[in-house]
Design a protein around this ligand. Structure first.
Ligand code: FE2
Length: 199
C-alpha cells in the first residue's frame, strides 16, 4: 500500500503570520514529503507493505517506525491547526479545569514540557482509558499510540518546525501553535474516546 501525502484543509499560506508560507513549504512540502517517500521505500517487500499507517506506528520499530510515526505525527499536527480561532470551550474546558485547576495552569504546564524537552520531539495532550488527560513530552518520533494513549493535540518541537520563523525562540512558536490549535477538534477527539469507552 502506497502512503500518500495528507491534504491540508487550508491553503499553504493559511496559517500566516504565525506560521509562514515558507515554513509550510519546507515543513509540509519537504520534510513530510521525505518521511512519506522514505516510508514507502522502506516497507517494500516487508511485512509492513500492506499495513495501515496506524498499524505500522503501533507495531514497527527502527527506521520503519521512525518514518511512519513522523508521517502520522505531522498529519495529525497539520490537521489540528486552523486559520481561524477555535478557542477552548465546552466539555474540554471543564475537563482541563478539573485536571489542571485553570486553563492558564494547563497552558503553563504544556509550555513547560515543550521548553523542557531536550532536542527534537513532540509534546502531546493525551487521553487514556481511565478518561484522564496527560501532557507527554516524547523525543524524536515519539507517538502516544504505542503507549495505548489517545492523542488529542500536539506541538512539533523539532527545530525544522520553527527555525525559519522564530529561529531559536521555541516558546514563541509554541505560543503560535496554541493560538492556531483547533480546540473544537481536540474536544471532539476527547468525546469520541469517551464514546468508545462507554459503548
Ligand atoms: Fe516537523
Amino acid at each position: 500500500m502506497k502512503h500518500e501525502m495528507p491534504k491540508l484543509s487550508y491553503p499553504i499560506d493559511g496559517l500566516k503570520p504565525r506560521i509562514s508560507e515558507d515554513t509550510m513549504k519546507f515543513h509540509y512540502g519537504k520534510h513530510l514529503q521525505a518521511y512519506t517517500d522514505n516510508l514507502n521505500k522502506l516497507i517494500k517487500g516487508t511485512e509492513f507493505e500492506d499495513k495501515s499507517l496506524e498499524e505500522i506506528v503501533r507495531t514497527a520499530n527502527g527506521a520503519i517506525y521512525n518514518n511512519a510515526a513522523q508521517v502520522w505525527n505531522h498529519t495529525f499536527f497539520f490537521e489540528t491547526l486552523s486559520p481561524t480561532a477555535k478557542p477552548i470551550s465546552g466539555t474540554l474546558k471543564a475537563k482541563l479545569i478539573a485536571t489542571y485547576g485553570s486553563i492558564d495552569n494547563f497552558k503553563k504546564q504544556l509550555m513547560a514540557k515543550a521548553m523542557g524537552l531536550f532536542g527534537s520531539g513532540w509534546i502531546w495532550l493525551t487521553y487514556n482509558e481511565r478518561n484522564q488527560l496527560n501532557i507527554e513530552a516524547m523525543a524524536n518520533a515519539g507517538n502516544p499510540l504505542q503507549k495505548n494513549m489517545t492523542p488529542l493535540m500536539t506541538i512539533d518541537v523539532w527545530e525544522h518546525a520553527y527555525y525559519l520563523d522564530y529561529q531559536n525562540r521555541r516558546a514563541d512558536f509554541c505560543e503560535a501553535v496554541w493560538e492556531l490549535t483547533n480546540w473544537q477538534l481536540v474536544e471532539q477527539r476527547m468525546e469520541k474516546n469517551l464514546f468508545n469507552i462507554y459503548y
